[in-house]
Design a protein around this ligand. Structure first.
Ligand SMILES: Cc1cc2nc3c(=O)[nH]c(=O)nc-3n(C[C@H](O)[C@H](O)[C@H](O)COP(=O)(O)OP(=O)(O)OC[C@H]3O[C@@H](n4cnc5c(N)ncnc54)[C@H](O)[C@@H]3O)c2cc1C
Length: 532
């Protein structure tokens, strides 16, 4: 069972205890901190109020079910889960097992005027699934029992999944047929294919497989106005695309019950490598050249100097890192060096050719290629980072991120401003924030910018929430200032909604609102999210 107040499965030993070097590094950057006291599950279950939901065969009103489906994974969600002060709980959790069950739940909600919150894996980091106080009873619809591979058309390479299927179950079921979806958000272990569509997700290997927009071929959606079956076409010029209406719909228009995805045969070979550039500018120039010359890599990640040194310090291999840094120094690198992680996936020939071409660009931009050993380490720990939140929480430290996507011409100034704005946003209270950045999804036109920040918990949960609000506002305002999208991959939810009008414009927001209203005239589908 999923952890009720953190990341991972309760059966797993998901603790990620920080070693003493890592702790020292963090203390050196932001100072020593004191952990906040955690509420217990029993204490928190005792706070769940009586349910206001009418009875239904598919709806559980058990306090623990309601508690476990109340929140996602944002910092406000963590603070709610750890303090036990959730504020609002859903009045019931529906567990449908088929599209017909979802239809039945929606009809029931319509009849009894219930608020409906679709819930995939609950990995939202922007308050997408947080229930808000409402005089109407609130029902969360947990999709995780709809988790089967329903159909596979190997000739067309299309697979149909229940919308609640999580990343590992998708890959496990496809692997039996020799296929992969290749969609690996860092939240892959716990997020669902329906959630990916509803929040426009992007996986770590989007360079090869594409974002979910490319992978989502069609499917079935239950709405309050009826069922939409979206057929699959390789391409169409028949007017606006219904798939696009539901990509990023965040549970406002209906519940996706079946998702048809484009699949690929499992690649013959896959490897990850690391190189270092002497400066941020060299890294930017090289990665832009690689993507604009269509080199067939499956992933790229360029860490700025602060992220590079943070990763090397937190790697936990002091001697190996010293040897590496000595070698890079001999080759002309300084404190300004930037780590470049990249992957090749495909046939042996494709991988060989992509590596050869990439190494040429690395050399041309004065980079130093260090081979595959650090790449293997990245591969091994690619889904481990979320567990780091536990180790940090235990020493009174929180970690969060802001991400955007911009045209290449805007990237350098935006990176500097976003990172600096976040790092200095607690200056009035003389709090240090450790902020660092990488670029991780690359397009000919631009790339995504991902800034991570580490900060200390305050003396109370309320003050810690206030700190986070300042950090979030500083990062979001800087993104908007530079014309970036408010999210490249995390979506809008509640936390990013105030910044959406800036990029959609008044008319654009009106169009989205009216579309939501067409499907949901009484405003019962996940109100307060996307377009409040
Ligand atoms: C540690 C961590 C790392 C992350 N890394 C990435 C990353 O690399 N890339 C990325 O894209 N995202 C990432 N995320 C964000 C998050 O995982 C994605 O937004 C993901 O797509 C959410 O999927 P989910 O199934 O958990 O949806 P939920 O969080 O349950 O829901 C998200 C939204 O989708 C709606 N929804 C869910 N299922 C359905 C459905 N069947 N029908 C209609 N609406 C539905 C919900 O109502 C809600 O509005 C990360 C999150 C965490 C915590």
């Amino acid at each position: 069972m999923k952890s009720w107040n953190g990341w991972g499965d309760e059966k797993n030993d998901f603790d990620f205890e920080l070693n003493s070097e890592s702790q020292q590094f963090i203390e050196h950057r932001i100072g020593k901190s004191t952990p906040l006291k955690d509420a217990t599950l029993a204490e928190t279950v005792a706070k769940v109020p009586d349910s206001r939901s009418p009875e239904h065969r598919l709806i559980s009103t058990a306090a623990e079910d309601r508690l476990r489906h109340s929140r996602g994974q944002s910092i406000p969600d963590w603070l709610a889960m750890r303090s036990g002060d959730f504020g609002v709980f859903p009045d019931g959790v529906a567990f449908p097992e088929s599209s017909q069950d979802v239809q039945e739940i929606l009809a029931f909600a319509d009849k009894h005027d219930l608020i409906v919150i679709p819930y995939g894996g609950g990995t939202s980091v922007c308050g997408h699934i947080t229930p808000e106080a409402n005089e109407k009873p609130i029902i969360t619809v947990a999709m995780t029992r709809m988790n089967a591979l329903m159909e596979i058309d190997e000739e067309s390479q299309i697979a149909t999944f229940g919308a609640g299927t999580m990343g590992p179950d998708i890959e496990r079921q496809l692997a039996k047929h020799g296929y992969t979806l290749g969609h690996y958000p860092q939240s892959w272990e716990l997020s669902t294919v329906g959630g990916w569509v509803a929040s426009r997700s992007s996986g770590q290997q989007s360079l090869r497989y594409g974002r979910i927009e490319k992978l989502f071929a069609g499917g079935r959606i239950e709405t309050l106005q009826g069922t939409l079956d979206i057929p699959t076409f390789p391409a169409t010029s028949a007017g606006p695309d219904i798939r696009e209406m539901f990509l990023g719909s965040e549970g406002r228009m209906g519940i996706i019950t079946e998702v048809k995805v484009r699949i690929t045969p499992i690649a013959e070979k896959e490897s990850f490598y690391v190189a270092f550039f002497p400066s941020w500018q060299a890294g930017l120039d090289a990665t832009r050249a690689i993507v604009q010359n269509s080199v067939q890599l499956s992933m790229m990640r360029l860490s700025n100097p602060i992220e590079t040194s943070t990763h090397l310090r937190l790697a936990g291999h002091k001697n190996a890192v010293n040897i590496l840094e000595g070698y890079l120094k001999l080759r002309g690198s300084s404190e300004e060096k930037c780590m470049f992680t990249f992957g090749t996936t495909g046939t042996k020939e494709q991988c060989k050719s992509a590596l050869k071409l990439t190494r040429k660009f690395i050399s041309k931009h004065s980079g130093v290629y260090t081979g595959s050993s650090m790449g293997k380490r990245w591969e091994h720990s690619r889904f481990r980072s979320p567990y780091l939140r536990h180790g940090l929480w235990d020493i009174g430290v929180l970690v969060d991120s802001m991400e955007t996507c911009l045209d290449w011409s805007s990237v350098p100034a935006a990176v500097e401003d976003i990172q600096k704005s976040i790092a200095t946003s607690l200056g009035a209270e003389k709090e240090e924030v450790h902020a660092f950045t990488h670029l991780s999804h690359f397009y000919g036109q631009g790339c995504s910018v991902y800034t991570t920040y580490i900060f200390r918990a305050a003396n109370s949960y309320e003050e810690t929430q206030a700190r986070w609000e300042k950090l979030k506002a500083a990062g979001a305002e800087a993104i908007v200032r530079h014309g970036g999208t408010i999210s490249h991959q995390h979506g809008v939810g509640k936390d990013h909604a105030p910044y959406l009008p800036k990029e959609k414009g008044e008319l654009g927001i009106k169009a989205i609102k009216e579309l939501c209203q067409m499907f949901d005239p009484n405003g019962i589908m996940n109100p307060g999210k996307l377009v409040p």
